[in-house]
Design a protein around this ligand. Structure first.
Ligand code: COD
Length: 303
């Protein structure tokens, strides 16, 4: 169990073998700086797919030695995404990273029926959140991929996050199915589905985790708030995974945490044949490095 993203990076540096990273549209300064650190620190080896004429000067700018990072030339970002994903599908790489290509474009490459990384499961996004003043690292899902998941999809979103945390060393992660309230209000579909998820976990339909809901954000992360509200639950005040009801709630929560609380974050898509390192094009080099480290640990832990 990790208490910070710093610990995640430290653990990734001790992996017995480097994970092989394929970068899609690698012509981006922060991506290349993150790859440089991840390669130097023994976390990954990297293949850079993208616009070679742009990659060469950018790599020089961040002192990334291309001697050890082969470049596969592809100027079109969508085709570069397809090529990077294909490297994983063909067994040449263990994980793929989004570079200077749109989120939907790399996700479509991953979802491609013939050349993608489908497993038959739902793919979903997991964010790791490292907030100063909050004890421990916690995770939020899904604020970036699935737009309005139904109950069946929420089960898979929870399972993907639980599997990822198992790969990271959690034995029985605590999952809070978030809503606006902690009592089941029949007029609030998110609260009703959160209660159903908790019941499904009670009945063994979701395994390997403690799931409770509905919980409002305050009772999920604050033991004091849970106590004041009289909520008795092993998850209340101790959640490892916050499952949000839809992309709007998740995206707003994620960005509030990043912009108001200045948290450190990392992001990965789970549920595919291999982890997909997914950060925003505007994210810093640090976010990209932390995301590579998190994804490399998940990739190694799944084997
Ligand atoms: N998991 C597995 N299969 C999926 C998933 C998923 N999460 N989503 C779609 N599929 C499959 C479908 O079953 C279908 O077979 C095929 O993929 C195409 O599905 P569509 O028609 O829904 O695909 P798209 O291309 O219209 O949309 C897929 C996206 C992932 C691009 C879409 O869900 C999306 O735009 N999500 C939001 C991404 C985003 O903008 N995030 C912003 C915050 S960073």
């Amino acid at each position: 169990m990790f208490r910070s993203l710093e610990e995640v990076v430290a653990a990734a540096r001790t992996l017995p073998r480097r994970q092989r990273l394929a970068v899609a549209a690698a012509q981006d300064l922060d991506v290349l700086a993150a790859v440089r650190d991840a390669v130097e620190w023994g976390i990954v080896s990297a293949v850079l797919v993208g616009d070679k004429e742009k990659i060469i000067p950018l790599a020089a700018q961040v002192d990334l030695d291309l001697e050890h990072c082969p470049v596969i030339p592809e100027t079109d970002p969508i085709l570069a995404a397809g090529r990077a994903v294909a490297l994983v599908a063909e067994g040449e790489a263990d994980l793929v990273m989004k570079g200077k290509v749109g989120t939907a474009d790399i996700l479509r490459a991953v979802l491609d029926k013939d050349k993608g990384l489908r497993t038959g499961r739902l793919l979903s996004h997991i964010a790791a959140l490292d907030i100063e003043g909050y004890e421990g690292l916690f995770f939020m899902t899904d604020g970036a991929m699935n737009i309005a998941p139904d109950l069946g999809q929420k089960v898979q979103i929870v399972e993907n996050a639980v599997d990822a945390l198992h790969a990271l060393g959690w034995k029985q992660p605590k999952v809070a199915a978030l809503a606006a309230v902690e009592l089941v209000n029949p007029n609030m579909p998110a609260a009703v589905e959160a209660a159903l998820l908790a019941k499904m976990a009670d009945r063994g339909q979701i395994r390997g985790a403690l799931v409770d809901g509905p919980l409002a954000l305050d009772n999920a992360v604050s033991a004091h708030s849970a106590e004041v509200k009289g909520i008795e639950s092993p998850v209340a005040g101790a959640a490892d995974i916050l499952m949000v009801p839809d992309i709007e709630a998740g995206n707003v929560l994620y960005k509030a945490i990043v912009y108001f609380a200045r948290a450190k974050v990392a992001g990965v898509i789970a549920g595919a044949k291999a982890p997909v390192v997914l950060t925003s094009r505007s994210d810093s080099h640090q976010v990209k490095l932390d995301s590579i480290a998190l994804s490399a640990l998940i990739a190694a832990g799944r084997k």
